[in-house]
Design a protein around this ligand. Structure first.
Ligand code: KG4
Ligand code: ZN
Length: 321
């Protein structure tokens, strides 16, 4: 079995996966959302302190599995440095104590492998949209050693823009699921926000202009009355979400027209967004492309994806143990 740890942001997560069958033997995540909510964002110092409490608490519950652990994998980057260091230190201590290999895993690679959690086989080549709180990018994986980033966001990410809009509307942190919920309650796309980078032909993304557009609209409404009505909040959320997804739609339509794509996937915390899923489903249907979605519980940060990535990327080492 392989033990994996993820602590790149505000989720403390530990998993144990069978190297041979890829079956998840144990998986637990302690979210810190509640503690960061009142600050309307992640407070690094608090996140670090909570990881230092939560990770040993989870690890304590699986001491009986330790004799079967053959390697330990951990997220080493990118992420919040003070959060990452907690998982890294614990993984190194376990590797030294048990005298087993220590395997560093890139967080974004981890998200790609969330597609294959509890699945025997990987599928390559896979074209991927990674939409999370820290990143929005188009990626390709051709083999264990050939992972390419095709385009990225130039500023804010898709998920981050949801968090920032939620903060402007006083909807708390994290904002993604809440903004989606309010958007669903709206009956119209009332505000005509500009789709980002329409004249830019690259495949890159940008969300800071859209965020600014939403801010200006909120300020305009606040001049009429200080507190926005529920309907106004719902309409802002719907118009923002519509435009944020339109931007992805435009980029993916261009990307699909430049590439013959058999398998496409969406991963990352924001890939849980139903409207985003539906919009990409439509594109894939017209292109005759198979769309791969990861199980909702594995969209956001988790240690199971880190374990699955380690098994896929280091199969030679792990099968020799
Ligand atoms: O992958 P993840 O758990 O952490 C990072 O690697 O960043 O993604 C978290 C991000 C947050 O910005 C959160 O607001 C966003 O994913 N998110 C969503 C939804 N659910 C989570 N964004 C849009 N719609 C959602 N339903
Ligand atoms: Zn993530």
């Amino acid at each position: 079995m392989i033990l994996s740890i993820e602590s790149s942001c505000d989720d403390s997560s530990v998993a144990v996966t069978s190297i041979k069958t890829k079956q998840l033997i144990f998986h637990k995540k302690i979210s810190q959302e509640e503690q960061h909510n009142k600050y309307e964002g992640v407070v690094p110092e608090l996140a670090s302190r909570l990881h230092a409490q939560n990770l040993p608490q989870i690890l304590k519950s699986i001491t009986h599995l330790l004799p079967s652990i053959k390697a330990v994998a951990v997220t080493t980057s990118p992420g919040l440095k003070v959060s990452l260091i907690q998982g890294i230190t614990m993984a190194k201590a376990i590797a030294i104590t048990l005298n087993i290999p220590y395997i560093p895993i890139n967080h974004l690679t981890g998200h790609i492998f969330s597609l294959f959690i509890e699945k025997e086989k990987t599928i390559y080549p896979m074209h991927i949209l990674l939409a999370s709180g820290g990143h929005t990018q188009i990626m390709q994986i051709h083999s264990q050693t050939d992972i390419k980033t095709i385009s990225k966001t130039l500023d804010d990410s898709f998920g981050e823009s949801f968090d920032k809009v939620a903060k402007m509307l006083g909807l708390g942190y994290p904002g993604g699921a809440t903004v989606e919920k309010y958007a669903k309650q709206s009956t119209q796309i009332k505000y005509n926000f500009t789709v980002p980078m329409l004249r830019n032909k690259s495949l890159n993304f940008s969300y800071s202009g859209l965020k600014q557009g939403v801010k200006v609209q909120i300020e305009k409404l606040k001049q009429e009355n200080e507190k926005l009505t529920k309907t106004q909040i719902q309409d802002i959320c719907a118009s923002f979400q519509f435009t944020a997804i339109k931007h992805i739609e435009k980029r993916l339509t261009a990307y699909f027209s430049q590439n013959k794509i058999q398998d496409f996937a969406i991963v990352g915390g924001a890939s849980a967004n139903k409207s985003l899923r539906q919009s990409i489903e439509k594109i894939c249907k017209t292109q005759n492309t198979k769309l791969h979605l990861c199980n909702l519980q594995y969209c956001s940060d988790n240690a199971a994806m880190i374990g699955r990535a380690a098994i896929a990327l280091h199969d030679d080492l792990l099968s020799s143990l």
